[in-house]
Design a protein around this ligand. Structure first.
Ligand SMILES: Nc1ncnc2c1ncn2[C@@H]1O[C@H](COP(=O)(O)OP(=O)(O)OP(=O)(O)O)[C@@H](O)[C@H]1O
Ligand SMILES: [Mg+2]
Length: 257
């Protein structure tokens, strides 16, 4: 999606070092600068341990950067900007039903519980979870758990979604189905997404832009615009343009290996 105006999320020179735990301190991130436009879909790829989850945790406000600044644009109503964060593990509470898990964020945030439940119930069909409102997490498939965690994230109603490898542990078919479904949801929500993945094809197929990170300490080594037409069809993956973009991403990742 073409975006204009100031970014909804901007990081300038963000570094993060963890104090030494017996050995040397761990420098997880070094001077990361990036931006995400309003309604833009941006992916972050990079080697394991380069600081992707650390970066999302900093943006979500779970930790403070050692250096640098993180700016989140104010909400439409002027309230301070906030993000909806889906961590790398789905973290559904095992003793709560699917619906109670989905509304957890809204409840913790002091929202109206009944209204949140009603809204969640209304969204179950489009999340492919119709009829499972009362199911406990251990009775759901991996893909259903991921969709339930995404539902919880979406229900927070933020302009920015941070998704940390939401499809990482899924088989290729479930993953492909959920990618298509996520694009549909994203087009409806008009939220900005910062999406972490190891899968370069997934990153390209979903995104308006892809940032490639270096090994730890992670920094941004490439900002690649993905000018593929939308709505994206599966056929896009077979085009020469897609192959060229994929090669550029792989070259960047391998050059640093
Ligand atoms: N709370 C912490 N305390 C100390 N070190 C940490 C902490 N969290 C992360 N690290 C270190 O920071 C580095 C980056 O970790 P992070 O989880 O951000 O990587 P990642 O890019 O998300 O990796 P993956 O792709 O495997 O999920 C690692 O070396 C990790 O050990
Ligand atoms: Mg991670």
């Amino acid at each position: 999606m073409a975006t204009s105006g100031p970014p909804v999320l901007q990081l300038a020179g963000v570094s993060k070092a963890y104090p030494a735990n017996g050995g040397l301190p761990v420098h997880a991130l070094r001077s990361v600068s990036l931006h995400v436009g309003r309604g833009e879909f941006v992916s972050l790829v990079g080697p394991s341990g380069c600081g992707k989850s650390t970066l999302l945790g900093l943006i979500a406000g779970l930790e403070e950067p050692t250096e640098g600044a993180i700016e989140i644009a104010a909400e439409a109503d002027g309230a301070p900007g906030q993000v909806a964060y889906m961590p790398q593990r789905d973290l559904l509470l095992p003793w709560r039903s699917l619906l109670d898990n989905a509304t957890l964020g809204a409840e913790v945030g002091g929202g109206d519980r009944a209204a949140a439940r009603q809204r969640a119930e209304g969204l179950l069909p489009s999340f492919g979870l119709d009829g499972f409102a009362d199911a406990l997490p251990h009775t759901l498939s991996g893909g259903m758990r991921q969709r339930a965690a995404l539902l919880r994230t979406v229900l927070l109603d933020r302009e920015i979604l941070l998704l940390d490898e939401p499809f990482g542990a899924l088989d290729a078919l479930t993953r492909a189905t959920l990618q298509e479904w996520l694009l549909e949801i994203w087009e409806r929500l008009q939220a900005a997404v910062l999406f972490v993945t190891h899968d370069v094809e997934e990153a390209l197929w979903l995104s308006d832009r892809v940032y490639v990170m270096t090994r730890r300490p992670g920094s941004i080594q490439l900002d690649l615009p993905v000018d593929l037409p939308r709505p994206r069809t599966r056929a896009v993956r077979g085009t020469a343009e897609f192959a060229t973009l994929k090669q550029r991403l792989l070259d960047a990742l391998l050059a640093d290996a």
